[in-house]
Design a protein. Structure first.
Length: 246
């Protein structure tokens, strides 16, 4: 049994990102529709968000809807958008109680008007919260994010706002959706798939990856603590040798 007290406070991941995968297969295993899996996935979002804030994670980023997810059956896309709206409406007290600030990354303008309105309202209402930043990746694709950054930087060079020589990692970083977030320290993917699926490609350059063979609706506090404990025992060398670190 893992306990929160076993974690080493100074070695907590500052930024935890999660690819919440397996809702559909979880439902299928139970002979239910995929939508049922997403509904239970929302409960896990609530649980894990609250636990992360309690543990002391400063930034939690959840892959909720990718640019590719628009290609899913219309009924599934509509359900996910409906769940987004209802969750945003319902979870404002939870966000305030845990002092969590909501943030969103992705092409959020492409969301249905109702979802965008609700999202912007909750973002505005929680803007002063400080304990944790919860970022929802919605209509998010890392390649699109990088393409947009390249276009924007190129336009600035063309218009003599910045020089070609001045382009460095900081400038690129400042043109990503995640400009206000630190790099990802730990990336968890549920469901047993070992893929990144176009998520935060730039930001995970030095992240520790953790794959777990549990569908997202079954991902529990115990699984979260196990992942963080595992992370805390890894040596992050950032290209250096062990000797240099010690
Ligand atoms: C992956 O499972 C999950 C998603 C595409 C969406 C994640 C969404 C939620 C957890 C619910 C809505 C979120 C919020 C923030 C309200 P999958 O459908 O790809 O599962 P499968 O790989 O088994 O088919």
């Amino acid at each position: 049994m893992n306990s929160k007290n076993e974690l080493i406070e100074e070695r907590l991941p500052k930024h935890l990102a999660i690819i919440m995968d397996g809702n559909g297969r979880w439902a299928k295993e139970k002979g239910k529709l995929r939508v049922f899996g997403h509904e239970h996935g929302v409960k896990t979002v609530r649980l894990i968000t609250e636990k992360c804030a309690e543990i002391g994670i400063k930034y939690l980023t959840l892959y909720a809807f990718s640019t590719e997810n628009w290609k899913r059956p219309k009924i599934e896309v509509e359900t996910l958008m409906r769940l987004l709206v209802s969750s945003l409406k319902r979870e404002l007290p939870l966000l305030h109680k845990n002092d969590i600030k909501l943030n969103a990354i992705g092409n959020i303008e492409s969301l249905p008007a109702r979802a965008l309105k609700e999202l912007n309202e909750v973002i505005a209402k929680t803007a002063e919260n400080k304990t944790m930043t919860l970022t929802l990746a919605l209509s998010y694709g890392a390649r699109e994010e990088i393409k947009n950054a390249v276009q924007c930087i190129s336009a600035k060079v063309k218009n003599n706002i910045i020089s070609l020589e001045s382009i460095d990692e900081t400038i690129i970083n400042n043109h990503l959706y995640t400009r206000n977030l630190p790099d990802v320290d730990l990336l968890i993917r549920t469901s047993g798939e070992h893929r990144i699926s176009n998520f935060l490609l730039w930001q995970i350059a030095y992240a520790e990856l953790y794959f777990i063979d549990v569908f997202w609706p079954d991902f529990s506090e115990q699984h979260l603590l196990e992942a963080i404990k595992n992370y805390q025992h890894r040596e992050r060398r950032f290209g250096k040798t062990s000797e240099q670190l010690n």
